[in-house]
Write a protein that binds this ligand. Structure first.
Ligand SMILES: Nc1ncnc2c1ncn2[C@@H]1O[C@H](COP(=O)(O)OP(=O)(O)OP(=O)(O)O)[C@@H](O)[C@H]1O
Ligand SMILES: [Mg+2]
Length: 513
């Protein structure tokens, strides 16, 4: 037995109060020797509830250690997160773009542009994994193809790849990266019923100046897509939406109005566009309204579209006879007109005859009222900086209040086809084959015989008739490249009339249908 064995026993588990026990130790001979023999510093303080034993347990101590490590890790993680957030706040800059903003689609298209991603880092970071695709198709029928060749028409598909939902990194310039996060914003939907989305761009604070370039480049890119095209917006629910794809600009010369009419209108609009300062200096709202009226198919809508192309403007179109168009909606749409656009209000007479009639089945139909239209045009809520074109086939039905200056500053009748217009249109269609203009002479003579220029009154046998430029266009398109055919079938230009139904004989009992 080792001599030290009994004397090193420092803890007597039988003693409930070790401190008191050591104080009384000299009185107990049995315990005096070992207590005196052991050095006082070597005696650890025994635990009250026997916890000391617990701590000496390697399993328990190990557990405590692990728990401590876990807590430290959790703390460290939280510190990292809040440190990261702080760092992000201090070092990064975020910009959120909502789908409602016009720049949303511009930036998406810009992000899809091919980039120079040379270098290992750039290649690894910028690999786009989630992509989405937008496809546009158009049929490419060969110009001047005969109808029987229509089968030969090809469909051209245009695929555009964009960053899909999720996170991406793009390299804007050497050493400048932009983190992109495209996400659906909850269950919210836009006014057009599509899911709402946001695009967040994140950059280093020191690269924040790059944002200006991003938006400028994205805007320029969007404009380049629309180069030579006219964008048409239409009201979809509560907001403006692009109607179809931007269409090729219609040349102003392709709409043949009577002598000097188009020139007068274009000159006035251009004058107005130059005079913004004049309006500002006098505190007058910078607005101008035009009313084009006349029978159907005389080129009113076509002229406005061509004018927009000429000015490099888009067209924001509202048809007042459309079901679902209300005063409130009209006012709202007019306050948020797309930039650089001509407001086109078609069929304005529809609003003025409307008396909020309801069908017996409760259907209310059109609900834009006369006062709703007047207020939208120049009430307090009416937007500034606007060119408005109003069209109607029934000038007689308009309220004089609508056509007072301020609402309508210029009224132009676009009427039935005149000799001048028929000659101009002939030149556009057959100018290349009718070199000596003899065909044109015969065509105009034929129209005279048919009395289509309202007769000249000299021959009582010649009826007084009119035709429309739309009808002349139809005739020439039917006789593509065949001027003799156009002269021969010119009778087709006589407006169609339908016999009125025979009134029922008096005394007839009408049975319900
Ligand atoms: N003056 C014109 N010059 C060239 N094309 C014309 C002219 N008038 C009509 N057209 C052709 O006829 C068609 C109908 O024209 P448009 O829709 O512009 O007529 P509109 O006056 O607006 O008729 P509506 O009053 O019924 O709305 C178009 O395809 C257009 O190209
Ligand atoms: Mg029209």
């Amino acid at each position: 037995m080792s001599p030290t064995t009994p004397t090193t026993t420092t803890i007597n588990p039988a003693l409930p109060f070790p401190a008191a026990a050591s104080a009384t130790a000299p009185t107990s001979p049995a315990l005096a020797t070992p207590a005196a023999a052991s050095p006082p510093t070597a005696t650890p303080t025994p635990s009250i509830l026997g916890l000391d034993a617990l701590f000496t347990n390697p399993v328990f101590a190990g557990g405590i250690g692990l728990a401590g490590l876990g807590a430290a890790a959790a703390f460290g993680r939280r510190a990292l997160i809040s440190g990261g957030a702080l760092l992000r706040r201090q070092l990064l800059v975020n910009i959120e773009i909502s789908k409602r903003d016009p720049s949303y689609n511009w930036v998406l298209a810009w992000l899809a542009q091919p980039r120079d991603n040379t270098g290992v880092l750039a290649q690894r970071l910028t690999r786009l994994r989630n992509l989405s695709i937008t496809t546009a198709t158009k049929s490419l029928s060969p110009r001047g193809a005969a109808p029987e060749e229509a089968g030969a028409a090809k469909i051209h598909a245009d695929f555009r790849v964009q960053p899909g939902f999720g996170k991406h990194i793009v390299r804007h310039a050497p050493g400048v990266y932009i983190a992109v996060n495209r996400e659906k914003a909850g269950t919210a939907t836009t006014a057009t019923g599509e899911p709402h989305e946001t695009l967040t761009l994140t950059l280093l604070w020191m690269h924040r100046h790059v944002l200006g370039d991003v938006f400028t480049q994205a805007h320029a890119l969007a404009q380049s897509f629309q180069q030579g095209k006219t964008v048409v917006y239409t009201a979809r629910k509560m907001e403006w939406a692009v109607l179809g794809k931007p269409r090729l600009k219609r040349p102003l010369g392709s709409v043949v109005l009577d002598e000097g009419v188009a020139e007068g209108l274009v000159g006035d609009v251009k004058e107005f566009l130059k005079a913004q300062q004049w309006y500002t200096d006098r505190g007058v709202p910078y607005r101008r309204g035009y009313l084009l009226y006349g029978p159907p198919g005389t080129g009113k809508t076509s002229f406005i579209q061509a004018l927009a192309g000429e000015l490099d403007y888009s067209v924001a179109m509202i048809n007042l006879s459309e079901v679902g168009m209300t005063d409130d909606l009209l006012a709202q749409l007019l306050t948020q007109l797309p930039e650089k656009s001509i407001l086109l209000l078609e069929d304005v007479d529809a609003a003025l005859v409307n008396r909020r009639q309801r069908d017996p089945d409760g259907y209310s139909g059109r609900t834009v009222t006369a006062s709703g239209l007047l207020n939208a045009l120049d009430g307090l809520a009416a937007g500034e900086d606007r060119i408005a074109f109003l069209t109607t086939n029934h000038i007689d039905r308009l309220d004089p209040a609508l056509i007072r200056p301020g609402r309508v500053d210029m009224m132009v009748r676009i009427g039935e086809a005149t000799r001048y217009q028929a000659a101009q249109m002939w030149d556009r269609y057959y100018g290349d084959i009718d070199e000596d203009r003899s065909g044109r002479k015969r065509f105009l003579q034929r129209l005279d015989e048919l009395g289509l220029f309202n007769g000249d009154g000299r021959d009582p046998n010649v009826p007084k008739r009119h035709t429309s430029t739309a009808a002349i266009q139809g005739l020439f398109q039917f006789n593509k490249g065949d001027m003799e055919g156009a002269i021969k079938t010119a009778e087709a230009l006589i407006p169609r009339t339908f016999e009125p139904e025979e009134p029922p004989a008096e005394g007839t009992i009408k049975a319900p249908a």
